[in-house]
Design a protein around this ligand. Structure first.
Ligand SMILES: C[S@@+](CC[C@H](N)C(=O)[O-])C[C@H]1O[C@@H](n2cnc3c(N)ncnc32)[C@H](O)[C@@H]1O
Length: 337
């Protein structure tokens, strides 16, 4: 079966990586069918409905998951042929939505919705635009049209309510919840996840809400207390420690994943002799506590490859996120061999 993930346009590489890492951590048998701008199509062997149900609750940077019924060309006649030939068994009401990714197509999407509705009408199917039982979606991107039935949607409004300034404890300079959750998924947690620079607990809240045991550490007591307030508010499973990220009070090889956003040497306090000491020392400790074959997602403003490789890590992915004119976050996905 083919599943299309309608990716968010908020970032060019993170949404795709999040989907792939999530499928890998669910140990799903899959391969990539096509990877297009704004849409990743994968072929699945297993029970797709259970996987869709889990991913719809877990992903941050996907809008919808579609069960693919046809893939066609970008022209109107090619789309009609594709939809006309798609195998559709419909015993309930339906609606049709057409979505254009960026400006890949010039076709009038509202007109296309009506024309596709016309094909279904001729087959005796009943439309219901307000409360349809089945929703068809057509995506127009990169010289392709992808047609299918909506299998799952991500409730992205929940992220708005968890924006840092709506939380019980707020402190500036934190990640947005959507980014934090996408990075948690990219880290592929097993049972637990560590953030040794946890601050107000933004990463811990997101990972905790999807069911992982979250472990946080920080060297500012007021922020740890703030993290506790936030974590209690969202009722997640956590442990917090007042500790130096360069001397983590955990055994070797005991953590399933790490996602962390250390200070950049700007506004957030740096509790170390220097930034170099902090980066080198924390990466060495993260390497020690992480289990073999597991991932650490490490955010920085400056390159950290040298420190990471010295600690023993290999870099498996890299993402760059522009925050504003003078700050671009470097997101390194590291693996302990
Ligand atoms: C960019 S902030 C983290 C923001 C966090 N992601 C949040 O949601 O609030 C960096 C944090 O690192 C902490 N920190 C600085 N030096 C540290 C050290 N040596 N060990 C542990 N934490 C440290 C700071 O107190 C600060 O809370």
């Amino acid at each position: 079966m083919l599943l299309a993930f309608e990716l968010s346009g908020e970032h060019s590489t993170i949404p795709r990586s999040e989907v792939l890492a999530s499928l890998e951590s669910l140990e799903v048998d899959f391969h990539i069918h096509i990877s297009l701008d704004g849409c990743l199509i994968i072929e699945l062997e297993n029970n797709a409905s259970e996987i869709v149900r889990i991913l719809a609750k877990r992903l941050a940077m996907t809008h919808h998951i579609i069960e693919v019924l046809g893939i066609g060309g970008p022209e109107e006649n090619e789309i009609f042929d594709m939809v006309t030939n798609a195998k559709i068994d419909l015993d309930s009401t339906y609606s049709v939505r057409v979505k254009r990714v960026r400006d890949y197509s010039k076709i009038d999407t509202a007109l296309l919705e009506r024309l596709i509705g016309g094909i279904f009408f001729k087959r005796g199917f009943h439309a219901d635009l307000k409360y349809p039982k089945k929703q068809f979606r057509l995506l127009l991107t990169e010289n392709k049209s992808i047609f299918g039935i909506l299998a799952g949607s991500i409730d992205r409004s929940a992220f708005e309510t968890r924006k840092p300034h709506y939380k019980p404890f707020f402190y500036p300079g934190v990640l947005m919840p959507k980014v934090a959750l996408a990075l948690v998924n990219i880290a592929k947690p097993g049972k637990n996840l560590l953030d040794p620079f946890c601050g107000t607990g933004g990463i811990l809240v997101e990972g905790g809400l999807i069911g992982f045991h979250m472990i946080g550490g920080d060297m500012q007591r007021k922020l740890l207390l703030g993290a506790k307030t936030n974590l209690d508010h969202y009722d997640v499973d956590y442990s917090l420690m007042y500790q130096d990220a360069c001397r983590i009070a955990l055994l070797d090889n005991c953590v399933d994943a790490v996602v962390t956003d250390p200070p950049y040497g700007r506004s957030a306090a740096v509790k170390a002799e220097s930034m170099e000491h902090l980066l080198a020392g924390s990466l060495k400790e993260i390497f020690r506590v992480l289990k073999r074959g597991k991932r650490a997602v490490f955010i920085s403003e400056r390159p950290i490859e040298e420190f990471a490789h010295k600690a023993g890590f290999k870099t498996v992915e890299f993402h760059s996120q522009r925050v504003h004119k003078s700050l671009t976050r470097r997101i390194s996905v590291l693996e302990k061999p």
